[in-house]
Design a protein around this ligand. Structure first.
Ligand code: ADP
Length: 396
């Protein structure tokens, strides 16, 4: 089975082709294009490259195209990307303006060009379908909730992959199996000891997720991807009173406030240096106090969410770091885990400094294990698309 995973940005088109032998997936080709203005041309170029590379004889060899769609309003999970999904993406663009329009356009172009190729959407909100109501409700009027104002959660593919892999590494194949099959089977009861995992996806955008017995029970992400932790240039958590306040105080319009909160906030605003943590580290080392502040605020926020989920789950068996910062930044990992020996976390600084993947980073005897799991969101999309293909009859 051949599944193409398309990763669409506002001006980019990246792809990875997976070949499945049974459940075993191999990424056989990958590529991408920047400064894309026409997704139709990018799709043609991608299929031509896959054909020239001998990976596909024709588009007929493609069993499906999978899309890591971000936000579909009421639509979530892993679904056939039919025209209702295209419409839902466009209708929800307000809350994911950088991601939804490119996915809607890319899916439509695939449909128009190659109607026989099955299209599958895995929503970034999918992992959070089972958040308890008390964890996804905001205390807003009922009409707001009915209009869709609630906590949705994002980065679902990444957190799901990390949680599933760590359960395997901890010898809990039963829990890994629950996480793996969630979108087909839903949560399932656990007979053995409970397993409590907190996953930290720290990258261009960042979030923390609580996973109890294979199912997410909490996320730092809220209504939109500009919530929770300070993001690279998006705001993260903010008191809602700030918006009318600054509207009156500085005379900024709502669109301008929205622009500043999504483009000029987050780590960029705190540091005054960059939206890239590597640049912020360099500035901090050179003595820039705002750069130091940005790193401190980032760590503070990560610890805030970890603490909340630790308490909510009554403990934490494994703390997981993933994505660009989580996988590479020894300082952030060490700072997040500092002073927690009383709670059962004793990071081994020498091991942490080497950033070994899929290896416990703690000293012997630490009750909570700490792992780096390399992000592999494309693989999750390909696996879920395969499961949907095997389970579902698609519209002709
Ligand atoms: P996304 O896919 O969300 O754009 P990534 O997961 O690729 O992001 O993470 C990108 C971020 O990772 C960069 O903004 C950078 O701050 C951080 N990063 C990448 N490599 C390193 C590194 N070696 N040390 C610290 N941070 C890093």
């Amino acid at each position: 089975m051949n599944i193409l995973v398309a990763n669409l940005g506002s001006t980019s088109f990246k792809y990875r082709l997976y070949r499945f032998e049974g459940q075993q997936a191999t990424a056989v080709a990958k590529g991408g294009y920047e400064r894309v203005t026409d997704y139709g041309k990018a799709i043609d170029d991608c299929l031509a490259a896959l054909s020239a590379g001998g990976h596909l004889k024709s588009v007929e060899d493609l069993d499906a195209v999978g899309f890591k769609t971000v936000f579909g309003g009421a639509i979530t999970g892993c679904v056939e990307a039919d025209e209702s999904v295209e419409a839902a993406l466009l209708a929800s663009s307000d809350l994911a303006p950088a991601h939804n329009p490119p996915y809607a356009a890319g899916i439509r172009q695939f449909r128009e060009k190659f109607p026989s190729v099955r299209r599958v959407a895995l929503f970034e909100t999918a992992f959070y379908q089972w958040l308890p109501e008390y964890a996804h409700r905001y205390a807003v009027p009922e009409a707001w909730y009915q209009a869709g104002v609630r906590r949705y959660g994002f980065h679902g593919a990444s957190h799901k992959f990390a949680a599933e892999r760590v359960a395997e590494l901890l010898g809990r194949a039963d829990i890994a199996e629950i996480t793996r099959g969630l979108y087909q089977s839903g949560p399932r009861p656990v007979t053995g000891e409970p397993l409590r995992i907190i996953t930290c996806h720290l990258g261009g955008s960042s979030s923390v997720t609580a996973v109890h017995n294979g199912v997410s029970v909490g996320t730092s992400m809220g209504l939109s991807p500009q919530s929770g932790l300070p993001q690279n240039n998006r705001v993260g958590e903010l008191d809602s009173a700030a918006i009318p306040f600054i509207h009156r105080k500085l005379g900024l319009s709502i669109p301008e406030i929205e622009r500043q909160l999504t483009k000029e906030s987050g780590l960029l605003a705190l540091s005054g240096v960059s939206n890239d943590v590597r640049d912020i580290h360099a500035a901090a080392k050179a003595g820039n106090p705002r750069a130091v502040l940005a790193l401190d605020a980032f760590v503070h926020s990560i610890r805030h969410w970890i603490g909340a989920f630790w308490f909510q789950m009554g403990g934490c068996d494994a703390l997981v770091f993933t994505a660009g910062i989580g996988e590479n930044d020894t300082f952030i990992r060490e700072s997040v885990c500092a002073g927690l020996s009383g709670m059962g976390v004793t990071l081994d600084p020498a091991r942490n400094a080497l950033s070994p993947i899929e290896t416990d980073l703690t000293c012997g005897g630490s009750a909570t294990k700490v792992f780096i799991i390399p992000a592999n969101e494309e693989l999750v999309v390909a696996r879920e698309a395969r499961r949907l293909l095997l389970a579902k009859t698609f519209a002709a």
